[in-house]
Design a protein around this ligand. Structure first.
Ligand SMILES: Cc1cc2nc3c(=O)[nH]c(=O)nc-3n(C[C@H](O)[C@H](O)[C@H](O)COP(=O)(O)OP(=O)(O)OC[C@H]3O[C@@H](n4cnc5c(N)ncnc54)[C@H](O)[C@@H]3O)c2cc1C
Length: 465
């Protein structure tokens, strides 16, 4: 049973205010609750149809792990669904409540507790990634990887729903290289517990969309800070741009944070940075160590590239900020130019990438525009990934593209489905599901988003946690 009428909402609003000890942080105003129930699901024309109008009934804003426990205790006793929310910048309707109930807005839990001498940051889940980056740089550290939504997105939301981004070319994705050292998670039980997950056990919770616990504290490993410069290079054709960017991505002597390659006409969508683009040409946006910028520019010219922009990077307020056009921001600029654009998330095979790209272009032409992003895989090999901008006509055509990618060996994390399993980052060893069965036996956390969970499932013996 879930909260479903106004009188009931009011009863629960009083109950939650009593549990929290502060009615000001229990929100019932319709527009406010609806706003806190949305994310960027509308990037997908498929999800738009499914998720428009879905919302929680009440929003609650805890400040401490103890307050999260009080809220979850109340919700467990009253069978209320709870959807955790960081900043709501997720793309797949991850934070959109399917069955009403409570949206747990964690934005008030925004304290950086400290950066340890070994570069591990300890923070609350609502800390914005940009704030953490700024704080870390004060003591000579910076984020290993971050989404292009760094300014708004929260650390908890990144762990709950993100994967990687700027920095991943050098440091891998969030799940790799022990980047998430540990986290604490609050369980959804009659007596909610705070459980510490360290080392490998973090993978039980990472990228589970808040379906198996509410992350309340995080230990995140940083990288030594680097002085960065931004550089844009235009190339006559996409092949030359890709060859150069692949070389840079794989060059262990080159210190880089970003190497993004765009097929024309994607750069034509970047109207605010028109001066960095060249009509009809493929484009690379990069973040390179300032000490290596001159050498980078020389090798770009030797590869027949034209340096269309270069300048110092002085943090997230730098203008232009090239990262604002990379990763999934690219799709946003495409949608701004033409609402029919949407996207896919792909990983090409490092040895077959050219052949795979050729087959895709041959089959789909301008319907499938190449936007490449590199990341270091867990085995240390650099993966040519892509967030291609695709022109949407019908769901069948979109699925045809996904099927074709998979048929030629291109991995697709499908951003047009609204459950953890379909999104492509579900763990085959089932640890996320096992954690859900242990920590959320009634299935009240973000219900509907872990498709394989059954409320009646027997409690597994797998762990004594
Ligand atoms: C323009 C654009 C660009 C993007 N680029 C990238 C990118 O480069 N890389 C990338 O990985 N993602 C990207 N994203 C997706 C998203 O911005 C990131 O994943 C971001 O880190 C999500 O953080 P958030 O605070 O907004 O999370 P939310 O959207 O609030 O939440 C994401 C998921 O995590 C859950 N969650 C939130 N907080 C907690 C918690 N404390 N405990 C448990 N679960 C929780 C939510 O329930 C939800 O399922 C992009 C999105 C947009 C719109």
């Amino acid at each position: 049973m879930y909260a479903k009428d106004a009188a009931m909402d009011l009863t629960h609003a009083y109950g939650l205010a009593a549990a929290l000890g502060d009615s000001a942080r229990v929100l019932t105003q319709r527009e406010m609750v609806e706003q806190l129930s949305r994310d960027f699901y509308w990037y997908s024309p498929v999800l738009r149809k499914q998720l428009d109008g879905k919302a929680a009934d009440i929003a609650v804003q805890p400040r401490t792990a103890e307050e999260i426990q009080s809220v979850l205790r109340y919700c467990y006793a009253n069978d209320l669904a709870v959807t955790a929310r960081g900043a709501g910048t997720g793309n797949y309707g991850q934070a959109v409540p399917l069955r009403g109930g409570v949206v747990l807005d964690l934005s008030c839990m925004d304290r950086v507790e400290g950066i340890q001498a070994d570069g591990v940051a300890i923070c609350q889940p609502g800390v914005r990634l940009g704030a953490l980056e700024n704080e870390a740089r004060k003591s000579g550290w910076e984020l290993r990887c971050y989404p292009s939504t760094i300014v708004k997105a929260s650390v908890g939301g990144f762990l709950g729903g993100g994967s990687g981004g700027i920095g991943s070319v050098a440091h891998g994705n969030l799940r790799d290289f022990n980047t998430v050292r540990a986290l604490e998670v609050v369980t959804m039980e009659a007596e909610p517990r705070v459980v510490l997950h360290e080392g490998e056990a973090v993978h039980e919770i990472l990228h589970a969309w808040g379906t198996n616990g509410v992350i309340s504290r995080i230990w995140l490993a940083m990288a030594p800070a680097v002085e960065w410069s931004q550089c844009a290079v235009a190339f006559e054709g996409f092949d030359a741009a890709f060859d150069f960017s692949e070389r840079i991505a794989n060059d262990t002597g080159c210190t880089k944070r970003l190497v993004t390659t765009f097929e024309w006409p994607i750069p034509s969508f970047f109207t605010p940075v028109k001066e960095c683009t060249r009509e009809g040409k493929a484009l690379i946006f990069s973040l390179i160590a300032s000490s290596q910028l001159a050498a980078f520019e020389t090798s770009a010219r030797e590869a027949d590239g034209e340096v269309s922009y270069s300048g110092a990077y002085a943090g997230l307020r730098t203008r232009p900020l090239l990262s604002d056009y990379t990763w999934n921001h690219t799709t946003l600029w495409a949608i701004s130019a033409d609402e029919a654009y949407t996207y896919l998330q792909c990983a090409f095979h490092p040895d077959q990438v050219r052949e795979q790209m050729r087959k895709l272009k041959e089959r789909f032409g301008k319907e499938f525009l190449l936007h490449m992003e590199f990341w270091k895989g867990g085995d240390g090999r650099v993966v040519p990934g892509a967030i291609p901008v695709v022109y949407y006509t019908t769901e069948e055509r979109l699925n045809e593209m996904i099927d074709f990618c998979r048929a030629i060996g291109v991995f697709v994390a499908n951003p047009h489905v609204n459950h953890v399993e379909g999104g492509g980052r579900y763990r085959a060893d089932n640890v996320q599901l096992l954690a859900k069965q242990r920590y959320d036996p009634k299935g009240l956390l973000n219900p509907g988003k872990m498709a394989t969970f059954q409320r009646e499932a027997p409690t597994p013996q797998a762990s004594s946690r």
